[in-house]
Design a binder for this molecule. Structure first.
Ligand code: ADP
Length: 653
């Protein structure tokens, strides 16, 4: 048995590995870059070592530094997670040469699967079906064009060293072939330093079905059934499930056997995945699946397999790396129910799924689902790494039950501080083809317009956001002065490029009257146990989740997220940029209320005072962090525009 391991990764997968290691009594060593000094995986691990600056080339890809750290810490083995060094045979060799165990397959196994053309040749020998095409050495463009004709259009050109969807070109007719070939070669060379290509028949109605395999050092290999990863966008997986919809016993047997043959042909040890492409134009047929590639590591989507098999794949990895035999043989592995995994990302979907960044001001997940996450509330999604926030995995006795649960759990997820793909995922769950299991790899692209469409905030959403911005439902925090029964308060909100001013008046802590463009809304707020509330309006009751930041209000309503920016009336700092200074009134009026006293610490955006002007209440907020030196005007006094109201102490931070 292993007693201490180093995890050469970050984020959710590092946390995932640490969790199981600790459960097994194995001590853990984390490594981190400067950007991750306060990261969750560092906090979880028994020990942690800095390995370099934020850039991955200077930290998580520094194999030599990582090996040195492992030796220094007394770890016996290195778990690579996925990505980074996980499929780098040279790294595996260095690990082994240093007298450490690599938790994964041998360098030879990885190398055999590293290039698509060599892997296909190997698979043909092992009796594993491969996509019809050309994967030989001849790279003469005319020869390849002739091969494409022979295979029959449409064809797919793939850079043999490609990955992550890069270096692939679909070609529909001979006229486009040479341009596409040049494109694929260029991309292969630029991204992988290898421009050589292979050609495959383009499979129509393709489904991506992969088989989880496991091997040990004693020659045993089993498969743990399939995962369907057909829901992809630009060849990136979005939602994965197990088992594959429509899978038959016969097809599963054929695919499982092929995957085991594949793994055995390269003496595979540890967790691996054999990816197949399936022609589903006439349902799933055992003669219509073909090997695409083998991923020689633990996959992102392994939790769905764990849920349907009841096995902990990281535990299996650690046992195998410790020299043990596989915990179960093929006949002891069983399938139970159905599982889905959705990948929640910080990304700007309407802007073309651009990676987003931000501080996760509020982070809450649904109960009763599995969450794999490398971040906590308050953590930052930095531009340095993959912007994944969490993987949400759920299980049900049947596919429809599990899918219902998935949709519900996505809709219950509360994230503020960054835009996310939650609305996109929620909409995907109700797609008629996905709902009925009629998936293929082109589904998302065909429905993309509907899936990415953001719902515009309706007047009622603006009204709720305005009330929330003013603290609804109120807690009785400001004893001695009630915020309700008062005058109208002005709230200026901005979302999706639109700015509107609303007026908000509390008639009780939970009853708010909001006016927008002359239209009135009488909103009732009733808190729920889960942190959401029920909002009632003219007999209609809505479940609304919310997150309130210093300058933001995020509403979560039935699978839609609305991010509002609250335009605060910021007190002008007379000494901006200097030490000290006072906050002045931007308007003439009555100083109605003070939220702060001398000596109190305030953060930028905290409310300071309320000024009543023209029968409206305006809340002035702190222009910066600081300590209140004194209140310069008594509550109840009349003030002029430009009068100093609150003095802030010198900022010695
Ligand atoms: P990469 O290594 O870049 O991920 P793959 O070979 O795994 O490339 O293919 C990525 C995706 O491209 C597959 O999941 C599938 O959706 C699609 N694809 C691959 N080969 C074919 C093919 N012959 N016909 C149609 N689609 C394909």
């Amino acid at each position: 048995m292993l007693t201490k391991i180093l995890i050469a990764n970050r984020g959710e997968i590092a946390c995932r590995v640490i969790e199981t290691a600790h459960k097994m009594g194995i001590r853990t060593v984390a490594v981190y870059s400067d950007a991750d000094a306060d990261a969750k995986h560092v906090a979880m691990a028994g020990e942690a070592y800095r390995i370099g600056p934020p850039a991955v080339s200077e930290s998580y890809l520094k194999g030599d530094v990582i090996i040195e750290t492992a030796l220094k810490s007394g770890a016996e083995a290195i778990h690579p997670g996925y990505g980074f060094l996980s499929e780098n045979p040279d790294f595996v060799e260095s690990v082994t040469a240093a007298g450490l165990r690599f938790i994964g397959p041998s360098a030879d196994s990885i190398r055999a699967m590293g290039l698509k053309d060599a892997a296909k040749t190997l698979m043909e020998k092992a009796g594993v079906p491969v996509v019809p095409g050309y994967h030989g050495d001849n790279q003469d463009p005319d020869f390849l064009a002739a091969e494409a004709e022979r295979i029959g259009y449409p064809v797919l050109i793939k850079a043999r060293a490609g990955g992550g969807g890069k270096g692939m070109r679909k070609v529909d007719s001979p006229a486009d072939f040479s341009t596409a070939l040049e494109g694929a070669q260029r991309e292969g060379l630029a991204s992988f330093g290898d421009g050589r290509c292979l050609i495959e028949k383009w499979i129509t109605t393709p489904r991506h079905i992969e088989i989880q395999v496991f091997g040990d050092d004693h020659g045993n290999v089993v498969h743990m059934f399939e995962r369907d990863c057909s829901l992809q966008r630009r060849h990136q997986k979005v939602i994965e499930e197990a088992p594959a919809p429509g899978m038959t016993r016969e097809m599963r047997q054929a695919m499982g056997d092929a995957a085991v043959r594949c793994a055995k042909s390269v003496n595979y040890s540890g967790a691996g995945t054999v990816e197949f492409i399936v022609d589903a134009s006439e349902g799933l047929r055992p003669d219509r699946f073909w090997f695409m590639e083998m991923n020689t590591r633990l996959q992102v989507e392994h939790p769905v397999t764990e849920m349907v098999t009841g096995q902990d794949l990281v535990e299996w990895q650690l046992l195998v790396a410790g020299g043990n035999k596989l915990p179960l043989d093929q006949n002891s592995l069983t399938l139970n129910g159905h599982a889905f995994e959705a990948r929640i990302y910080a990304e700007d979907v309407p802007a073309g799924f651009l990676p987003a960044t931000g501080k996760l001001e509020y982070l809450k997940f649904a109960d009763d689902v599995r969450i794999d996450s490398g971040v906590r509330e308050g953590d930052v999604i930095s531009p340095w790494y993959d912007p994944m926030i969490a993987k949400l995995t759920c299980h049900g006795s049947r596919r429809d039950v599990a899918l219902g649960r998935l949709k519900h759990a996505i809709d219950e997820t509360r994230i503020s501080g960054s835009v996310t793909n939650l609305d996109f995922l929620s909409r995907l769950c109700t797609n008629p083809l996905f709902s009925t299991g009629n998936v293929d790899t082109g589904l998302i692209e065909r429905y993309i317009d509907v899936l990415v469409k953001t719902r515009q905030a309706q007047p009622v959403d603006w009204a709720i956001a305005a009330a929330v911005a003013k603290g609804a439902p109120l807690k009785d925090v400001h004893a001695g002065w009630s915020l309700w029964g008062g005058l109208e308060q002005v709230v200026t909100l901005e979302t999706a490029g639109e700015t509107r001013s609303l007026s908000v008046r509390f008639s009780s802590p939970a009853q708010v009257h909001v006016t927008l463009d002359g239209q009135g809304f009488d909103l009732g707020f009733a808190p729920l146990d889960n942190g959401d509330f029920k909002v009632s309006l003219d007999g209609l009751v809505m479940d609304v989740g919310f997150a309130r930041g210093a300058e933001t209000v995020t509403l979560f309503k039935a699978g839609n997220t609305f991010n509002f920016h609250v335009k605060q009336l910021v007190g002008i700092d007379t000494a901006e940029g200097e030490d000290g200074g006072a906050v002045v009134s931007p308007m003439p009026g009555l100083l109605k209320y003070a939220f702060v006293d001398a000596g109190e610490t305030v953060a930028k955006g905290d409310p300071l005072v309320v000024v009543e002007a023209m029968k409206m209440e305006h809340t002035l907020v702190a222009p910066r962090d600081g300590v209140v030196a004194s209140l310069l005007v008594a509550v109840g006094a009349q003030v002029d525009a430009g009068d100093m109201l609150v003095e802030l102490e010198e900022d010695d931070v």
